[in-house]
Design a protein around this ligand. Structure first.
Ligand code: IPD
Ligand code: CA
Ligand code: CA
Length: 263
């Protein structure tokens, strides 16, 4: 049986090394390619960060599974799978906009048990172990106790696909007038950790990949946030909503009526 504390220690050290690599790369970005659309970028640093993390996992735990955004897909044979976004917030990274992170979730038998999000620019590390709470650089985290949508600060994000963006814009136009304000941080893992840290009251996004949401969703939940989709299920690519507990239902109802579930 894998020990979550040992897995966390390895994930933290690999995320710290990868975050250092990103900090070194941010001032001289090169080898920029596009992926799914003209706005979906990948840099040499995305790839180098994934390589560093994958090599580190393979050296310590050669039989574990790994899913990485930049192409690693290995089912493994131990029941442990590492889900890695080597650079969440690539667009920010390209511009030197200081919100980009390394995100590592570790699943045991299909359930995320361990999470690390290393915010490279801010040098902050968010961690969580299922049932063990969430921490920022070792300090326990708690989400806000927001009770009213009208005074809630709400983060969101948008797809790289232009048609989907147009629909997401129509949804956000219905949310903006009834909340305190909207933030678009540009890194889903950081959004989720900021709900955990009380820097946002809520965050929602449709279309996330497993590596975007895996670690951050556990950090948010372990900090007391309500985390799920719009239909009573767990957070997923179909929809991810993380909020202070009292505003989950009202925000879910608002998003549902605004058509966010199909946007
Ligand atoms: C993206 C960021 C962004 C979110 C997108 C993600 P990437 O990840 O997390 O905030 O809105 O949905 O794809 O491409 O920077 O790793
Ligand atoms: Ca990402
Ligand atoms: Ca990425």
């Amino acid at each position: 049986m894998a020990d979550p504390l040992e897995l966390l220690a390895l994930a933290e050290s690999l995320a710290a090394e990868a975050a250092e690599l990103l900090r070194e790369g941010v001032d001289h970005v090169h080898d920029v390619d596009t992926k799914s659309s003209l706005t979906d970028m990948v840099t040499a640093s995305d790839r180098a960060s994934e390589r560093l993390i994958v090599e580190g996992i393979r050296a310590a735990r050669p039989k574990d599974g790994i899913l990485g955004e930049e192409g690693t897909a290995d089912p493994g044979s131990t029941g442990v799978r590492w889900v890695v976004d080597p650079l969440d917030g690539t667009t920010n990274f390209l511009y030197g906009f200081p919100a980009f992170a390394v995100s590592i979730a570790i699943e045991i038998d299909g359930v995320t048990e361990v999470a690390v999000v290393a915010d490279a620019a801010r040098r902050e590390t968010f961690t969580a172990i299922r049932g063990g709470g969430a921490h920022l650089d070792g300090r326990p985290l708690r989400c806000t106790d927001a009770t009213h949508l009208a005074t809630a600060l709400v983060g969101t994000g948008f797809s790289y696909d232009a048609a989907r963006r147009a629909r997401q814009g129509a949804v956000v136009a219905q949310v903006l007038p009834v909340v305190r304000d909207i933030r678009r941080v540009g890194a889903a893992a950081i959004d989720l950790c900021w709900v955990a840290a009380g820097r946002l009251d809520a965050y929602y996004e449709r279309g996330l990949a497993p590596w975007d949401l895996g670690a951050g969703a556990l950090v948010a939940a372990e900090a007391g946030a309500a985390v799920g989709d719009l239909d009573g299920g767990p957070a997923s690519g179909a929809f991810t909503l993380a909020t202070a507990p009292a505003i989950f239902e009202p925000l879910r109802d608002l998003l549902t009526s605004a058509g966010a579930g199909t946007a």
